[in-house]
Design a protein around this ligand. Structure first.
Ligand code: SF4
Length: 391
């Protein structure tokens, strides 16, 4: 894609799972062909910015060689699957969704003719590190049937898996092996008139009260988490989801040193390093500048590419975002802040205490958590860290 800072390659990472070699390889691709900026996205993808147009063929070849892209761009785009990034390693999960994801991606690539280019699937494994509550064209959430203990997947089309119980409703459910076919069927309607009800026709239904569903409040998994079978999952995030190739390499080196087996990109624009033998990795990642504690204000600030990376951007959301983080780290409060270069608000559709939206004159409108305009500032930092708080 052409962006304000050159060509951008979006590498889809279904479920966020990358081998350590793939992670390090993405850094090498960015170093060789990009401007030096990589981004983690809210769909757990990786973006390489500022690619030299003459290098596009080489970039595609190298990404395919790494096993992180399909050579056919149309088929590659169908690998748009968000899933719990801790799959297979979260001791609280109902189902390890990795086999479901692998089969699902294969089916989408092979049989997804007619899918909308932006259509996406979500799969939640029912554990504490949850992706419930995120909208998807079709979403599957692992749950247990109370009476039998059987694991099933509840299905939602055109919405999000619920975050609160709806005990009186009937829920469409499928078995794990049915997920790929149901996803493809739901996404390949070409009539444009197929309704949610049509997509769910023929599926088994079960009373919600008969399903045992964990509905944890989804939040970025930062810090150290014990993982299934021993060892640790270590969560950390680059500020504003941005890295450079040297940082990518340093993370890979640290992960190897601490015995990690893989790296998962999370939909919170961070990383979970899996299979870590030694939890000291967290301190090493902190020394590299990553955010390792949810109490750090930097964990609560998000920004889109803004003026420096997007033609629609009216303000420098990245530079201003770093200024906001620096100011909040000196203060007493840590509001959730979203900086957006225009009204589209690409970086996040979640609620934030303060949302700053760029205007054509290079200033910001300030919205509160109820989406009410409460001010207008020339400098983003004045909206969150002025004397006495927001101005
Ligand atoms: S919110 Fe606007 S400026 Fe920011 S990335 Fe999206 S389109 Fe570009």
């Amino acid at each position: 894609m052409a962006e304000a800072d050159g060509l951008l390659a979006r590498i889809r990472v279904p479920g966020g799972r990358l081998s350590l070699a793939q992670w390090a390889g993405l850094g090498r691709v960015a170093a060789a062909h990009g401007s030096g900026v990589l981004e983690l996205t809210s769909r757990a993808n990786v973006q390489v910015r500022g690619i030299d147009p003459v290098a596009v063929g080489a970039v595609v070849d190298e990404l395919v060689e790494l096993g992180v892209a399909h050579p056919d761009p149309a088929r590659d785009g169908r690998r748009n699957v968000v899933a719990t990034p801790a799959a297979g390693l979260d001791p609280t999960e109902v189902a390890d969704v990795r086999p479901v994801l692998d089969e699902l991606v294969q089916c989408l690539v092979a049989d997804g003719d007619g899918m909308h280019p932006k259509a996406g699937v979500l799969v939640d494994g029912g554990g504490a590190i949850s992706v419930r509550g995120r909208r998807a064209d079709v979403a599957f959430g692992a749950a247990r049937v109370r009476r039998t203990g059987e694991v099933v997947f509840e299905v939602r089309v055109g919405g999000a898996l619920p975050l609160v119980d709806e005990p009186s409703s009937a829920v469409a459910v499928v078995r794990a092996d049915e997920v790929p076919a149901v996803a493809v069927a739901a996404l390949t309607s070409t009539s444009g008139e197929r309704s949610t009800t049509d997509a769910l026709n023929g599926l088994d239904r079960i009373e919600a009260a008969d399903l045992d569903r964990a509905m944890p409040e989804a939040s970025a998994p930062l810090g150290v988490h014990e993982q299934t079978g021993g060892g640790y999952l270590v969560g950390a995030a680059p500020m504003l989801g941005r890295l450079d190739p040297a940082l990518v390499d340093a993370i890979a080196v640290a992960a190897v040193r601490h015995g990690a087996v893989d790296i998962r990109v999370t939909p919170w624009r961070g990383l979970l390093v899996g299979g870590v033998a030694d939890a000291g990795l967290l301190a090493d990642l902190g020394r590299l500048g990553l955010v390792t504690d949810g109490a750090d204000p930097a964990a609560r600030v998000v920004a889109c590419a803004g003026r420096t990376g997007c033609a629609s951007g009216t303000v420098d959301t990245i530079g201003d975002g770093f200024s906001v983080i620096a100011a909040l780290r000196c203060g007493d409060t840590a509001p959730r802040v979203h900086l957006s270069g225009c009204e589209k608000r690409c970086a996040s559709h979640a609620a934030h205490d303060v949302t700053l939206v760029g205007r054509d004159d290079g200033t910001y409108d300030v919205f509160d958590a109820d989406e009410v305009v409460v001010g207008h500032v020339r400098r983003a930092v004045d909206a969150v860290a002025g004397p006495g708080g927001r101005q």
